[in-house]
Structures are given as C-alpha cells and as structure tokens.
Design a protein. Sequence first.
Length: 580
Amino acid sequence: MEHHHIVQLNGLSAGARYPVEDGYIIGRNPSCHIFLNNPLVSRQHARFRVNDSGAFVLDLQSGNGTLVDGRRIAEVKLSDGQVILIGETEFQFEEATPTSALTGLGDCGRIVLQDNVAGDMESSKTQDVYNTLFTSSSTNADSGSEAEQLQARLKAIYEANQIISSEHDLEKVFEKVTEQLLRLVSASNMVIMTVDKETGKLVATHEHTNIEGEAIQVSSTIIRQAFVEREAVLVSDAGADKRFDASQSIIMGNIASVMCVPMQFRSEVLGVIYLDTRGSTNAFNNNDLELLVALAGPAAIAIQNASYHQQLEDDFQTTLKLLANAIEMRDHYTLGHTWRVTKYSIEIARELGWGEEKVSEVEMGGVLHDIGKIGVADAVLRKPERLNDDEYAQMKVHPERGAALMRDCKKLEALIPYCLYHHERYDGKGYPHGMEGEDIPIEGRVVAVADTFDAMTSNRPYRDGLPAQVALDEIEKHKNTQFDPVCADAFIRAFHKGKIEPFMQTKQEDAELDGVACPFCSTFISIPEEAKEDDIYGCSVCHRSVKLLEQNGTFFGELLKEVDMRSTQPATGSIYAPPN
C-alpha cells in the first residue's frame, strides 16, 4: 500500500517529507508524530484521518487554527497539492503515487539506479524485524557459534551507538556503521542514501564497493519498497525468479542478493541502507537483516542529531548577526564597518593558510569585534565630528566591555581575542593593555589590519575616505610599528588578488561601473546595463536585499525586509548575488 505524504515548504526543515497515516497528530508536544517547536502551534494541533475515501485533516481546537489553502477549517478532505498551514509552517499534501516509478531520487553520483523488479523479495515491517532481534537470537543461540554471532552483533550495535552519542559528523558515523556491517556481513556493495533537505530527494551520501572502476548499480524497486513502504527487504536470489531473463540480470549488474532497510526517526524516513552481492546467491539471511535494521535505527538518530546540531549552529550564527546589527544601527556613521572588517579578516586568514574551521571562527570574531560599542554613550558613538580627548577615552573602553560581555558564554570564549586585542599595536603603543609584538594574540593582529584599512577608506561626516592605494601604502609604511608585518603582507597580497575591493565602501560617483550604494552598509552594488526598476540585488557585504528605484533617470536602492542573499545563485536578469 502506498502512503499519502505532506512536504514541508518552509522553515529549517524545508523539504522534509512526512507520511500521512490515520491518527497521526501534528503539534508542539514532542510525542506528536510530527513535532513543531513553535509557540504558535498547540500541543496537539491537528490530526489526520485516512480511510478508503481519502485523507482528511482535522483541527483539534487549536489556538491559532488549521488553514488549508488559506481557509480556516474544522475538517476537510485533502486533495493533491493543497497547502496546510500549522502555526507558521506550511505543508503541501501529496496523494499516494503509483509504485511504477521511484520519485524523489536526486543526483546519486556513481550510483546507477535500475528499475527492475527484484525476485524472491521478502519484506517485513521494520519494527517487526527489530522486535525479533533479541528474542529469536536468544532462543536459537544453542551452540557456541551462534552465541558468538549474537555477541558480535550486539557489540556492533553498541559500538555504533557509542560513536553516535558523541559525533556530529555524519560521514564518520556512516563510516562506523559500514565498518561494523562489513565486519559481520559479506557484501559487494553498500550504499547509504539520505533525504536532501533542500530537494526532498534521496541522494547517495556514503558508499563502499569491492568492485574497482565501476559505478555501483542498485535496484530502485527495492529502495522504493524500503523507503516508501518502510519495510526491511531481503532478496536471497534475484536471478532465480522466472520473471528475469539473462539480459535483465545483466542490466541489473549481476545483482544476486540484496538487503535494504529504512532509516526511520519517529514518523519520518530519513533514508535507506542498501547492501548487495554480485554473483553470490543466498548471501544474506534473517540474522543479517536483523543486524541491518538494528544499525539503521542509530543511523537515523545520528542524522536527526546532525540536523538538530546544525539548527543550533544556525541559530547561534543568527544571534551573532543580530548583535552586530544592533551596533550597526546605533553607529550610523560607520554602517557596514562590521561586515567589511569581517570580510577583510577572512581574506587575511586565508592568505595565512588557516583552515576553514579557523576561518569560520574568524568570521564570528569579526562580526563581534566591536560588540563593546553597545556600552558607549550615543553622544560619543554618534558624534558627527572628531572626538575630543575625554570622548576618545570613553570610546577606548569598548574592547574590554566587549570581552566582558562574552566571558559568561562558553561558546564565545574563543572570540574574545578578536574583540579585546584589535586596537593593540605591534610596537606596544595600542590599547587597552599596551601589548607588544607576538605577545598580542594573532586574532587581534589580524583584525587590527582589517579594521584600520576600513577606517582609512570609509567615508566619515568630517572627511572622505582615502583611495585604496593610499591606504595600502600606509599599511606598508607602518609594518613593524602599528601592524604585524606578516598580517599586513597577507592583507596586501589579498588586495592584489582582487579579494578586498569587492567589499569596500565605494561612492557611486567614483565607481567605473553602473550601480547603487547599499542603503544599509554603503557598499557599492554593481548592476548590469539592462537593469530596470524593481529589480532586486544582493549586497556582497551585509547580504541584505536591495530593490532598484528610479528617479529622474538615476537608480537608487531601497532596503527590503532582511533576506540573506548568500544562498542565491548569480543570475542574469532581475536577481544578482555578488560573490561572498
């Protein structure tokens, strides 16, 4: 039997696909079949009813109601393509599809999908197989050999669970699952396929083969059975079935024995694990299938944990940006400074050969390097003229204030040097501690170069920014005094490679190309000749979206509701996303 499904259209889990089964509940209670952690969602918000007449959705007297195609409902029969709104989350209903084709398969790289029907195909509900794992093994383990096999299987499950409890890298988890399986089961090929969150399609995530130089051919029929029907599939002898002739067996890549099971977390199937042999029939038995099911459970948990971990990381990054935006909005005269310094610092780090994990830290440190300005009085922070000595003394406290703000958060500790030391000088004449040379943490020395270059080249109410080459000459001149020479040289190299200028604050009248200034951070956004009013462009520095408006034959930009344009692909026409 095929199941109806709903596909999530928005939010962090956009693209996730959930089955619609009778009695399934959507709500904010973690015990619900489809869990939505949103205050606009009631603990038990809506329920599905499925019978021979079709699929229905019922509102469970929720506080904010259940909407179908924009209309609040008490109960309604669902049709293919209708959109259900629960709180802020939209789902699109999909009616059951024929089993003649496996929809939802993405680019699988070296994996070739064959649409043949497997012979001698036995299948069981995954939970039924899992329930027999211990009972059947314990009653049948009369001999020493069987007892040893049971012990080996339990050890494999235990070791897989151990790595899952501490590992967020899915590749390492899948490597461990593969290692445990192939130590106990002889297979020619093993493929782990997971659902891509962006497309909702199954893609090959991890593979192992004993056959060199050939693409791995797998049976889409068997994968469909495991993924759509949530069944553990065992094919003992694909070639023995009379429905196959010799040519079909060749097309199938000489697949002889197959196992495939779903990786399921609560009501959601997150992927499948597929194993086969070439030429060796009856290679797998029920004990092997039980082991595969038992390992698929922890693998599904690992996938979900990785998703939760990524969601937390995304929320953390968003929080950092909100803090930086708070400073940007207060200090109108240096709009975009935070983002430009961050971009420059990243390019210095890359020139220094730092790995991407450290570069990610540099990005976060750059975003928060001026967070201490949140404690500086508006009269000082927003003064349009040069600061006097007393006001400058107040401003000089911002590195220490920023460090104090971050000390109470364990996750921010690594970012403190970017904030605390970016006004120290290589000759010891900086602040707040007057540190000298390499006693200054390298993070502070990197940001010091980026911060000063932006200060020199950005416009202020009391002066225009310096030309880029003049600022570069100043950095060269003050190596070994104001700047760490290694960091200064790295910045100069990055500039000559064209890595810096795209992010500089540029006045439109000075630009050689047509464009507009970003209304938020003043970065110059180049636009093509065919640009027209209402086209939308992305700022390469603050990533905000800007709509073109035209007045008296001149374009200018209007800031739209904040949209992160980094994920938008560059395109001709109305959407343009500059490189990061």
